[in-house]
Design a protein around this ligand. Structure first.
Ligand code: ADP
Length: 367
């Protein structure tokens, strides 16, 4: 029956059933007590009080009648209060449920700012709070998606506009069609290709489509090798490794991906540290994790930018980074790779001009 499929009527029905069974049982007990099984002391008391046997029977009948009337009135009262109570309870439970159903429908239609009121009851308030948190997360995802499309199209438009300008210039005879012009146009094309390659790598890494060949290796050794590799590019800065003595730091991770992450952190540190600055790479073990700190005394990061650093296509100062060719995707890929290997990357900075520290952790082998 459709009627009984509704939670409201099930709650009311369950409460009513309890009351009806209670009243019937009380009536039954009253009947038994007053009919065949009138307690002996009540019979004796009635006989003593009555002047004749007929009067005692009338007295007993009156006693039975008043008990039935009392139980019937009490039962009716319980039924009315029970009915009102269960309707109220059903409303209390169903109102937030109905609200959540309506809100989720609106969210599905694209109204991501939809939220529900948090009811007073503990369990329902947990449900409503969780729903609101989910709606907020969805809203943020949508905002990031829109921002990403905006950023990517902006990033692509910049080299495209440059290229268009050069081509028009060559066609109109404003620019000579020589090697230098072609080299400038080529660098714009390269920038576009780099961005598209980065985006493709990002989508693969976010979709978990990268293959990780996990093995056990010494992280300190790998860090020294990567630092040696970038040393020639760091001639303007001092670049040093501070390893944890000669201790082995055996981690379980993918060596090529670990090197990729370290290269990204080091090239960022070199890019954002002016000449004469210093970059220090520290390798330590912290509880069950190996930790690599890439610390520079470069331009630093403003506190308001720190939470967004690992978001796709985010750059603290887009004009500054564009000159150096950064697309703002490197750190997003690096963090996803770190997560895929059971580690993490965090950024810290005391502020603009105060340098930055990027902390990359990986699980120790057997940890
Ligand atoms: P990009 O390719 O632009 O460097 P990343 O994702 O690697 O992209 O970095 C995102 C942004 O984080 C950079 O544009 C830069 O503003 C900031 N950043 C990264 N590393 C550093 C650092 N060592 N010092 C200061 N800012 C940094």
């Amino acid at each position: 029956m459709k009627f009984w499929r509704q939670l409201r009527w099930r709650i009311v029905g369950a409460n009513m059933a309890v009351i009806v069974v209670g009243v019937v049982l009380v009536m039954l007990m009253a009947y038994l007590l007053t009919q065949g099984y009138v307690p002996l002391d009540v019979q004796v008391a009635v006989q003593e009080a009555a002047e004749s046997p007929e009067a005692s029977v009338t007295l007993l009948d009156t006693f039975q009648q008043s008990i039935f009337t009392a139980v019937a009135v009490a039962g009716l009262g319980a039924l009315i209060v029970g009915l009102a109570g269960s309707i109220w309870l059903a409303r209390q439970i169903l109102r937030p449920l109905r609200e959540i159903a309506t809100s989720s429908q609106r969210i599905a239609w694209g109204h991501y700012d939809e939220r529900v009121a948090v009811p007073a009851s503990d369990e329902l308030s947990v449900m409503a709070t969780n729903f609101n948190q989910m709606a907020e997360a969805l809203e943020q995802v949508e905002q990031r998606r829109v921002a990403l499309i905006g950023n990517v199209s902006h990033e692509l438009r910049t080299p495209l506009t440059g290229l268009e300008g050069y081509l028009e210039g060559v066609m109109d005879g404003l620019f000579p069609s020589n090697e230098e012009t072609y080299a400038t146009m080529y660098s714009e094309v390269r920038r576009m290709k780099r961005l598209v390659d980065d985006l493709q790598a990002l989508s693969r890494v976010e979709a978990g489509q990268i293959t990780l060949r996990l093995e056990e290796f010494d992280l300190a050794e790998l860090v020294r090798r990567v630092v040696l590799q970038v040393q020639p590019q760091a001639e303007a800065q001092c670049l040093q490794v501070v390893a944890n003595g000669d201790d082995l730091l055996v981690v379980r991770a993918a060596p090529d991906r670990t090197a990729q992450v370290l290269l990204n952190l080091l090239s960022n540190a070199m890019r954002y540290t002016p000449e004469g600055g210093c970059i220090q790479v520290r390798v330590t073990a912290v509880s069950r994790m190996a930790q690599v700190d890439v610390q520079d005394d470069g331009i630093g990061i403003p506190p308001e930018s720190l939470p967004y650093l690992f978001e796709r296509v985010y750059r603290v100062d887009s004009s500054r980074a564009r000159k150096s060719g950064g697309s703002g995707i490197g750190l997003t890929i690096a963090r996803h790779l770190a997560w895929a290997m059971g580690g993490d990357i965090k950024a810290a900075s005391a502020g603009v001009g105060m340098g930055s520290t990027f902390t990359f952790t990986l699980p120790l082998a057997g940890g």
